[in-house]
Ligand binder design. Structure first.
Ligand code: PAF
Length: 303
């Protein structure tokens, strides 16, 4: 497993691979890799010849009040996970390498406001511009590739897919199903913040989404009734404070008045230090049954 820390090295290694006819898969991460990341790396390795995993805790996507300093980090462990999953290369830049002069010197940002104002964007108004800016930079550094993102962060996936299309990146953005614990809790680096008691209750978010899907399957078409059904499941459990539940269009992310089986159900719940998010397809298949979904568009092909 090779680890590079500079943009110049990364470009040189990947240009050489492409010149030799090998295709590149890319898994952008903030490290502290778990089985969800490993499944993305495995999928990338099955689809392309060389897989690069970036590990960079991006300060631009954290608000001043958020957990940047405390965000869990374990580069040696990450290298082992990436290698075991079939990754060939880790890109682990410093903040100064990504943002010369530091994050305060960045004057250019990339944003997709039409998709970023709802749900996560309401409580984290600067978050997605930070994500888009770093991913745009990473796409430029990695070059033509197929890039993998988990559906656990569905809003992020929808935004990055749009960004790749709108800005003509030669990148095929691919979404992969959420990986879950046996009790339904979606894997997340932030799960380490849960106390034992909170961990026991945390699957309530997934159960709330399933209750929403069951209501729609049972014929409920009033999206507000579905929202209330989901909220009631969270409210009935101890320890969790509901942030939001939503019934939204799966592409535009617009909140719906009429619930449909092709909608997407979203939720966010705070448990102590951990703020957990999750989503499923309203047809009930989003808990992991849906296969990888790609831009399949003029966003470019993985070459
Ligand atoms: O999903 C993440 O881990 C991050 O938001 C990403 C895409 C790596 C950008 O920092």
């Amino acid at each position: 497993m090779r680890t590079v820390t500079t943009a110049a090295e990364l470009r040189a290694v990947l240009d050489a691979e492409r010149s030799a006819g090998r295709t590149v898969g890319f898994v952008p991460t903030m490290g502290y890799l778990h089985d969800g990341h490993a499944s993305l790396i495995r999928a990338a390795a099955a689809a392309d010849d060389v897989v690069v995993t970036s590990i960079f805790v991006n300060p631009l996507q954290f608000a001043p009040s958020e957990d940047l300093a405390a965000y869990p980090r374990d580069l040696d462990g990450d290298r082992r996970v990436a290698e075991a999953a079939g990754g060939a290369l880790v890109f682990a830049p410093t903040e100064d390498e990504m943002y010369p002069g530091g994050r305060g010197a960045v004057l250019t940002t990339v944003a997709v406001p039409a998709l970023a104002g709802v749900m996560e964007g309401e409580s984290r108004p600067t978050h997605f511009a930070g994500v888009c800016t770093v991913v745009a930079k990473l796409f430029h550094l990695v070059g033509p590739c197929r890039a993998w993102f988990g559906e656990k962060d569905y809003q992020q996936l929808a935004i990055l897919r749009r960004m790749a299309i709108d800005l003509s990146f030669p990148v095929d953005v691919v979404g992969a199903p959420t990986v879950r614990e046996p009790d339904g809790l979606a894997l997340s680096s932030r799960n380490v913040y849960l106390t034992a008691e909170e961990r026991e209750v945390a699957p309530v978010l997934q159960r709330a989404l399933q209750a929403g899907a069951a209501a729609i399957a049972g014929g409920e078409t009033d999206a507000d009734v579905v929202r209330r059904t989901m909220a009631a499941v969270v409210d009935a459990a101890p320890l969790g404070a509901l942030d939001y539940v939503e019934v939204a269009d799966a592409d535009t992310l617009e909140p719906l008045e009429v619930a449909r089986p092709d909608a997407r159900l979203f939720g966010a719940v705070r448990f102590g230090r951990a703020r957990l998010i999750d989503n499923i397809a309203a047809s009930g298949t989003g808990a992991g049954a849906a296969g990888p979904s790609s831009t399949g568009s003029d966003g470019g092909s993985a070459t």
